[in-house]
Design a protein around this ligand. Structure first.
Ligand code: C2E
Ligand code: CA
Ligand code: CA
Length: 718
């Protein structure tokens, strides 16, 4: 998949690379700018206001003084006029008093700050001189005056009036200048405010542009990439990050994209492969078979073979040595298989200890040759955790196009062949249509078995045991039988696993216990030798918390003393959940029933382990006993097992006693009890009754006295 590369020149993450810092910097600059402008404006307005306020005030003062001067001059003029009309010393003095007042006014006017630094100082000086000379001029005028002669006083004041008028004009023009100045100032302020507003607008536009460029743009690109990703498109080029935030966003997205892709790949791989061995799983195998068939169809010739291999003895390794060891073995086998086949062939794990090999472009002979080589892979032991482990295997083989035309059909047929190979213990089996009913029946067994309980198709056989010290009958083992109406006799080795897989085993075991104890009750009723009765338990029964309650209930129901019942368990059945199994055993032990370890020697547990279990008996597996007289090794095993078991205080039973020689050897080895075809084959209940009445082993048999047992309903015998 195409991935977006990391940017070649990584962004320097200092200074203003981050949006936040840029934003902060821009805000600081903008605020400073606005505050500066506002301050300047404020300063300008304050200055203008301050300046103009004093200017207006002083001008008002000046014009007031000018008005007062004018009034004073009018007074002078009026006093002079009245003197002209009727000159008198009195009036002359009045004139001078008025002149003095006018001069005071003039001085007040001249003291006005507005006139200081005035541009009209020359005119003012002239006015001052005129006013200074007014006193003497009027004096002269009044001296020279002849009563009745016309001498209009106005002429004496003409220059003064003119000068005052000029000053008024100056005041007026100054006021006009003031107004226009203020107008200009207000225009300046309005202009500045507009400028500020425009500046802010421009900044906002620039801000928006930058925001769009550095934030919104990259975000929408990433969003689009996400959307495209969701629709399976992955080649969108992500933006080169311009800021820290967008870089982080792009990095986070790129990382997420990588992780999603990795996870998707892992999921796809997981869906198609076996987690333990990494081999293709059933789904991928089917797919490969399908493709191979398509390919062959296009070619128009050639064939392929599907091999299915199932291990024998693997379950025991798993149960006794633990799953990690079993897993190690499977992994090694997967390696061996892969190294054995060609690159174009497919090795798959179908689950558990089942493997498949798809061979392309092979004929029957080549396929059979390959199957043989694969079986040879199991010849060498697997070294796991310091242990050498051996397993054997059975291979079923089906061919395209001879046996099947679809992948499903092909694998079903290979499966059928595999079961045949397993049953007939011949290693490799080629699919044979005549045997196809076998697996179908196997599947049908589960439901048939359910209905078989309670009708005559399921029943018990009993195999006698003898006490080797006395040479007399000591008890029987109950063995389950299934006479299928269509399929005939089915071995417990075949249907017990079905019962275990379907959970039927619990009900089945209860049924066997019930029937076994019922028969004991019947034999006692008929005065036959009784001894003990052994019943086989499956691993699943040891996980059943109710088992001891049921056993106690049935013992009571049939009035059988607990010591008469021996429950047989295998070593491996303890391993599934040892704590729980031990708890069950202890409860059974408390009831007083005997516990026997069955098939001893085939598992992996040690005698010291057994010491911790509440066990009474040990049954040496028939595989050692049967060849004991020919095989020194087997004899050694039997001998040491007997010795060690005795040391632990356990009773030893040998099963699979097929000859007098074996019986003799077991006596020499101090074995306690024996069971086998040489003594008797397993017998139906009716046959056993005959055997008990007639057998040499039962002559002079002395039954331990029964304690007051009730007389229950007795079952019919088969
Ligand atoms: P097992 O418990 O080891 O039972 C002994 C098996 O060895 C029986 O096979 C018996 O017929 C066979 N056998 C006895 N003497 C000889 C002999 O001298 N030579 C040879 N070659 N074989 C001998 P069977 O009846 O086919 O039972 C097979 C297995 O099925 C039993 O092995 C036991 O594991 C299981 N099984 C039988 N009945 C029950 C049952 O009621 N419940 C459970 N859970 N398992 C049962
Ligand atoms: Ca048994
Ligand atoms: Ca056995």
């Amino acid at each position: 998949m195409k991935r977006t590369e990391k940017p070649k020149t990584p962004l320097r993450l200092t200074g203003l690379s981050s949006l936040r810092s840029r934003y902060l910097a821009a805000m600081i600059v903008l605020t400073a700018l606005l505050a500066g402008c506002a301050l300047l404006l404020q300063h300008y307005i304050t200055t203008v206001r301050g300046e103009r306020a004093t200017s207006i005030e002083t001008r008002q003062q000046a014009s007031q003084h000018s008005r007062l001067l004018r009034e004073a001059l009018l007074d002078v003029e009026r006093a002079l006029t009245s003197y002209y009309w009727a000159p008198s010393t009195e009036r002359r003095r009045t004139v001078f008093q008025a002149v003095d007042r006018a001069q005071q006014r003039q001085q007040q006017l001249f003291a006005s700050p507005w006139l200081h630094g005035s541009r009209h100082s020359a005119e003012l000086a002239a006015l001052g001189t005129e006013m200074q000379g007014l006193h003497s001029r009027l004096d002269r005028l009044m001296e020279a005056h002849r009563p009745g002669a016309p001498n209009p006083p106005g002429t004496a004041f003409d220059t003064l009036w003119q000068q005052l008028q000029k000053m008024d004009q100056t005041l007026e023009s100054s006021a006009t200048a003031e107004v226009s100045y203020l107008l200009r100032a207000s225009n300046n302020v309005i202009g500045s405010v507009w400028l500020l507003a425009l500046g802010t607008l421009a900044m906002m536009l620039i801000g928006f542009f930058l925001f769009q460029r550095y934030v919104l743009g990259p975000i929408s690109l990433v969003a689009r990439a996400l959307r495209d990703e969701a629709h399976g498109k992955r080649d969108l080029v992500l933006p080169l990050p311009a800021t820290t935030e967008t870089q982080h966003l792009v990095e986070a997205f790129t990382e997420m994209r990588r992780q999603v892709a990795d996870r998707q790949q892992a999921l796809e791989h997981q869906a198609m492969h076996d987690a333990l061995t990494g081999l293709p799983n059933r789904v991928l195998l089917q797919d490969r078979v399908q493709q191979a068939i398509h390919h062959l169809r296009r070619l128009g010739h050639g064939g392929l073979a599907l091999l299915i291999m199932d291990l024998d003895g693997f379950k025991e390794i798993n149960d006794t040595l633990g799953h990690p060891i079993g897993d190690g073995l499977l992994q090694q086998l997967a390696d061996r298989l892969q190294r054995e086949v060609r690159d174009s062939d497919t090795v798959a794990r179908l689950g558990g200890d089942e493997f498949a090999v798809l061979l392309e472009h092979v004929d029957q002979a080549e396929a059979q040759h390959m199957a043989g080589r694969i079986l040879h892979l199991l010849d060498n032991p697997f070294e796991v955790a310091g242990q050498s482990l051996y397993v054997s295997g059975s291979i079923g083989m089906a061919l395209y196009p001879q046996h099947a035309h679809t992948p499903q059909e092909l694998s079903r047929r290979a499966d059928v062949a595999m079961y045949v190979a397993k049953r007939e213990k011949n290693g490799v089996a080629l699919y044979d249509p005549a045997q196809d009913h076998y697996t179908l029946q196997r599947l049908a067994q589960a439901s048939d078995l359910r209905s078989a309980i309670g009708n005559d198709h399921l029943f018990l056989h009993f195999q006698p045991q003898i006490d080797l010290h006395t040479g007399r009958f000591s008890g029987v083992e109950a063995l389950l039988r299934w006479q299928h109406p269509q399929l005939g006799y089915i071995s417990p080795d075949d249907f017990i696993p079905v019962a275990e897989q379907t959970g039927l085993i619990r009900h089945l075991t209860y049924w066997v216990l019930d029937q076994s104890l019922a028969h004991v009750a019947a034999w006692r009723h008929r005065g036959l030798p009784l001894g003990s009765i052994a019943v086989n338990l499956s691993a699943y029964n040891l996980q059943d918390a109710d088992l001891s309650l049921e056993v106690a209930r049935l013992l009571k129901k049939w009035g059988v003393q607990p010591w008469r019942l021996a429950l047989e368990i295998t070593e491996s059945s303890m391993m599934a959940n040892p704590a729980r199994a031990l708890a069950t055993l202890e409860k059974l032990n408390d009831i007083g029933v005997q516990i026997a370890i069955d098939d001893f020697g085939t598992g992996f547990s040690s005698l010291s382990y057994l010491k911790q279990l509440p066990v009474d008996k040990l049954k040496i597996d028939k595989s050692f006993v049967m060849q004991m007289n020919e095989d020194d090794n087997d004899a050694m095993i039997v001998r040491s097992t007997i010795d060690l078991a005795h040391n632990l205080g356990l009773e030893v039973v040998a099963e699979g006693v097929e000859s007098e020689e074996a019986l003799a050897l077991l006596r020499i080895l101090d074995c306690d009890a024996a069971q086998g075809y040489h003594i008797s084959r397993p017998l139906s209940a009716a046959a056993l009754e005959d055997w008990l009445e007639s057998s040499e082993y039962c002559k002079g048999y002395e039954e331990a006295p029964e304690q007051d047992a009730p007389e229950p309903d007795l079952p019919t015998t088969h």
